[in-house]
Design a protein around this ligand. Structure first.
Ligand SMILES: *Cc1c(COP(=O)(O)O)cnc(C)c1O
Length: 351
């Protein structure tokens, strides 16, 4: 059975969170002399007040968008802040461990290293699927976190709900499901499991489908208890005022965002088909994300050939199971045409 108290670090359980000026008073007043802000304002005509530390308006909008309760929403300075916070709240440095399933997103391992948490690796299968039984067998009493990425970066495939539920029901720690790319898939993801499993944390982000990587806004969805622990540990003003304002504007334009996501998904299909016609392409792995993992003859030579022509893709050939593979983000129609032209030229040159 999962008990939040059992897996929260003891120093975090007893931590008294910093109480900011905005925490202690956020009602209506006409003269604010409580936070040492600059009373003359700024040369930008704005932004001289500290932002809402709990981002109530943005959370309300996000909760409406996702069909969850505002108490189940945590916002971070990118998902990367959420990843770090999950370690800091729940894994004891030098004692606890976390499970990751390579090849996957590199930040789970970096976050563990920063926080002095051991990583146990349970590789994905040849079809890039996590093996729930092998993961559960690798857990010991100090395993606090299991990281699952769906759709997975860099492989692009979704993880089966059945696998995620098996882990949630049998693991006594927290299962984090990173859904950075879920909007590009045909699936609804794991949010619907939130009410059933108190040990689930779902990560999403404004960086990919929303096109706002520069804003740095990540979302974590979890039980109100987990969200309370994360709120206690986060820096008081982790989401700045500009980001909060622009996030609200973006959410108001959700319909347009959905249209663009559809355009990227259509472009993904065209790119995949074009790649399959080129001789140096050995394999295009099925993708539910906004990128394709592609296995080439001579991937290193191709990587350099593309770079010389001003096209940069991600070399994943050193990742387990990804030998000779490049990860290619779906671009605009003309970017993809330029890419296809360059890969075709490379292919013909070789022959
Ligand atoms: C891009 C990406 C993120 C997003 O991180 P942000 O900090 O929100 O930009 C998270 N997880 C995965 C797997 C990603 O590929």
């Amino acid at each position: 059975m999962f008990r939040l108290d059992d897996i929260t670090r003891s120093n975090i359980k007893t931590l008294v969170a910093y109480s900011s000026a905005r925490d202690e008073f956020n009602g209506e007043a006409s003269i604010f002399l409580d936070a040492n802000e600059n009373s003359l304002g700024s040369v930008l005509n704005g932004y001289h007040r500290y932002p809402d530390p709990l981002q109530k308006q943005v959370k309300q909008a996000v909760a409406g968008l996702k069909g969850v309760d505002t108490a189940q929403v945590f916002l971070g300075n990118g998902s990367d802040e959420c990843i770090d916070l999950v370690y800091r709240c729940f894994a004891e440095p030098g004692l606890d461990n976390a499970i990751i399933c390579p090849p996957t997103y590199g930040m789970y391992e970096v976050g563990a290293a920063i926080n002095g948490v051991e990583v146990k690796k349970v590789p994905l299968s040849a079809a890039f699927e996590p093996d729930a039984e092998a993961i559960l067998a690798a857990c010991n009493e100090n395993t606090k976190l299991i990281w699952i990425c769906s759709p997975n970066n860099p492989t692009g495939n979704l993880v089966k709900n059945e696998t995620i539920e098996k882990l949630l029901s049998r693991f006594r720690g927290i299962v984090v499901v990173d859904e950075a790319y879920i909007d590009f898939s045909g699936e609804g993801g794991s949010l619907e499991l939130l009410t059933k499993y108190p040990n689930l944390v779902v990560l999403q982000t404004f960086s990919k489908a929303w096109g706002l990587a520069g804003l740095r806004l990540g979302m974590a969805f979890a039980s109100p208890g987990i969200v309370r622990v994360m709120n206690k540990v986060k820096p008081p003003y982790n989401i700045n005022e500009v980001t909060q304002e622009l996030a609200l504007q973006a959410i108001a334009a959700e319909a347009e965002v959905r249209r663009r996501v559809e355009a990227i998904v259509a472009e993904r299909k065209r790119l995949e088909e074009a790649l399959l016609n080129i001789a140096v392409v050995q394999r295009v792995f099925p993708s539910e994300a906004n990128f394709l993992l592609v296995k080439f003859d001579c991937s290193t030579a191709l990587y350099n050939y593309l770079l010389e022509r001003g096209i940069v893709v991600r070399d994943r050939s050193n990742q387990p199971g990804c030998g000779s593979c490049l990860r290619i983000t779906v671009g605009t129609e003309s970017e993809n045409q330029a890419l296809i032209k360059a890969i075709t030229a490379f292919s013909n040159r070789k022959a």
